[in-house]
Design a protein around this ligand. Sequence first.
Ligand code: MN
Length: 442
Amino acid sequence: MINETHDKDLTSWVPGAEVRGGDFPIQNLPFGAFVPKEGGEARLGVAIGDYVLDLRAAAEQGLVGGDSEPLARACRETTLNALMALGSQHWRALRLTLSRLLRTDSDRRPQTQPLLWQKDKVTMLVPASIGDYTDFYTSIHHATNAGRIFRPENPLFPNFTHLPVGYHGRASSIVVSGHPCRRPWGQQRRAPDSPPVFEPTTKLDFELELGIFVGPGNSLGKPIPIADAAEHVFGLCLLNDWSARDVQAWEYQPLGPFLGKSFLTSISPWVVTMEALAPFRQPISRSPEAPPAPGYLSDPDLDRCSAIDIEVEAALETAAMRDKHMGAAVVGKAKFAQQYWSVFQMLVHHASNGCNLRPGDLLGTGTISGPGPGEEGCLLEKTVNGARLVELPSGETRRFLDDGDEVILRARCTRHGFAPIGFGECRGRIEPPMAPVGSPCR
Ligand code: MN
């Protein structure tokens, strides 16, 4: 899986790519979609240092996809769906071409340089046309901590260690980083025995997750064998599954999350490919007491490298912190490699009943939390459903999110012998609720 594009000694001629600790060195090369601020059509791009390489222009000039018409066509699209549909052979070929174009010693630099956009000259878009979105619940630490709040004696449901639990989310309200999060209205109960009210949520929360973009996918009625799973995962992004906990608590039984989740989901604009993540793969780790995974979710070869060592974090910046230029405070930090179920098991389980996954479909990993304090991937867990306060460097405290608060998700991969790579950011700022629905005009 490791090839010349992962060589830690590779450098790029593009400014910013050489910065140590930067998210987008030449070993990363994530894909996204953007529109130039000066105007023009949406197009695909590749992040490199402080710049975005215009993939459409590169294809039009024959710099990429020169020997594959389907690949050249996919590079000229306005979303990543066609590229995702092509499969790993094409993804590998494109990555190798891009790596060679952008290397310090590239003889194509003169043709490539004019195709770079400064990051601040473009607006990033949702990178794919997302037909379906499914959110999982696969961190055993999150499931245990969150479960303990409501069922102290029995936090983990018995199904957790046998299947990746998930629910069907809402694709239409997925937005890209930077889009505000307006505090939603919803039905909720303020106390266990009081009648429900329809009001703006007072328990607005984030969920620190990764998003998984599906590659070629499967046709209806044809499950994906676990041995083929890696061929169907294009890459990962950051995902914030905004949640209204009071709405969620009242509505979720017996059919699961609905309006407490569907008002908004934010993702980062850059999709880090599975190939870029190859150096950070490791065996999936489970406690010796864990029951064996069922046969359709087990593959000895894949199990040796199905976890991905990604450090994820969520930071919070209040309006007061912003005014004082204090920077955001990290409120949760966790390791994705500790996730109980792998991205491949989520995908294969999803298709195991014959449900068809399509290129550009998005799967959320579920909140990523670790076992210890400071490793909580949401405020529900961190504040024990509002019972404890989060103290911020500004002297402010939070139980849940206030208007003006901004949540910033980040993720990074580091491993000795390889260049570290990052995911960029997924940001969203809370805006006050809309005027009451159905209220008389006055
Ligand atoms: Mn979630």
